[in-house]
Write a protein that binds this ligand. Sequence first.
Ligand code: HEM
Length: 516
Amino acid sequence: MAPNSTILSPVGGEETVQEQARSSLILNAIGFLCLLSLVSRWWHYYRRTPKVTSVGFLPIPYIGSWVAAIRFMRRPVDVVREGMAKSRNGVFRIASLSDELILVTDKEKVAEYLRAPDSILSMQDGANDQQQIPYTLGYGVAYRTYHNSVVKKQVTPNIPNFSDAMVDEMAASFTEQIGKPKDWTPVALYDVTAMTVARVSNRVFVGEPYCTNVEHLRNATDYAQAVVISAEILRLFPEWAKGVLVKVLPVTTCMRRAMKILGDEVTARLEGKYAGGKKPEDLIQWLIDAAPPVESTPYQIVERVMALNVASIHTTTMTFTAALYTLGADPEKYVDTLREEVHRNLENGKVTHKTIQNCIHMDSFIRESARMNVSGLGAMQRNAKQAFKFSDGTVIPVGAKLMAPTLILSRDPASYENPQEFQGFRFVKKGDDGVPVLEKQAVTTGTDYHLYGHGRHPCPGRFFATEEMKLMFATLLLNYDMKLAPGTAPKELRIGTMALPDTNLKVLFKARSVDA
Ligand code: HEM
């Protein structure tokens, strides 16, 4: 007797064979579909990948990209330098944990890609992608960007009208936070600056009494950090999951708080009710007056006020703190000239808009500090909506992301003499009549100076931010001496393409007599 004849009847055996054949067919079909999906994903990936030098990749689909991303996370600057050395045309591909990026280190090519219209290389898509704006700051902020023209047409022209109030707010903020120390006293400069920038900006954004409401100011500074953290998390998830996930991220808590603080004020203003009966002059009102009907709800106006807080606070704080760290490292070299310039230009003993217009050494110092200290590896992201061809024939396919590494371009020897050296007054030159003039202002953008971007979308808030920094600089120079404690220096932290400032370094401050 056959060994299995007692177990299987002839009919049962046939069924089993059929079942086995069916399962193997299903397994083969699943295997085939998986393979098809892999091939189609690879084909999609291949089509989206520019045929340019790549750095750190292994020639194995997917795994190769992960290896490159890990290398980049561990040694970002080395990877970029390797890319520059390998690439013949100043365009190369790297991978970060969330994306593959095309870095452009040739200045002519940076200018070329920044000239491309948004229908081909989109700035907004780049920003939406980098900061996950539709989720972190809101759909309207991402796709109905009327705030850009409000900043250009209302915030910038109104700067001179607000500068006196800005000086009052910053003087009060510094006095409250730093006091009038008679001896050298350590000050957490980043925090002090962030709260001051928040207060001064919000004097213009939301007016009194909100600009001194500590809960609002803390929320506004937290919001900016929450956006960065939330965006990093969201970028790791597929699009369909983001709308749900964002509800448990810190941005949602910040926005809820913002509604609690500003919601009633905005609601009243939308109904035409103004405290004191007079229509206020501030960002809330300029936004309400300019908002398209679909954006005219209290939530959306508050959302946009907070978005502009995000655009302003940490950017200005980082730039300004870096300048003061640099000054504190070598005060003897620069403070006398900077302070004398402020004194010479005071109006009736006060720092004014006109004072700082004439402070060209200070302007140069801020620009040079930004050149040296703003050292990220990926500025001015543009996402390809259509294929883009550089003049040398290099093709950037749809879906690719272009960026410019600031660290490299802002220290290009072709643009700057002794580019690695900090020269605070680098941009002050002798004019024809021997009088010093500014060769380039802190607000002037370029392919070799990325603080405020460049091309079609330079930062519209750069005049406001620079005014604020110069007013703060003048106020501090008049009221305090400052220096770094011996043996201390700001630490540099890099996460992917970002260079983060040292937010913990304490700087020594000592009060001085204003007339000194
Ligand atoms: C030192 C402070 C600031 C820095 C370093 C900074 C930097 C930048 C950069 C790099 C860009 C992107 C440019 C590009 O991709 O080409 C940008 C865009 C922008 N910034 Fe600023 N910014 C600052 C302050 C401000 C302030 C105070 C405001 C508002 C009052 C503001 C509002 C904006 C807006 C609305 C955009 C988007 C522009 C567009 O879509 O065309 N920024 N900023």
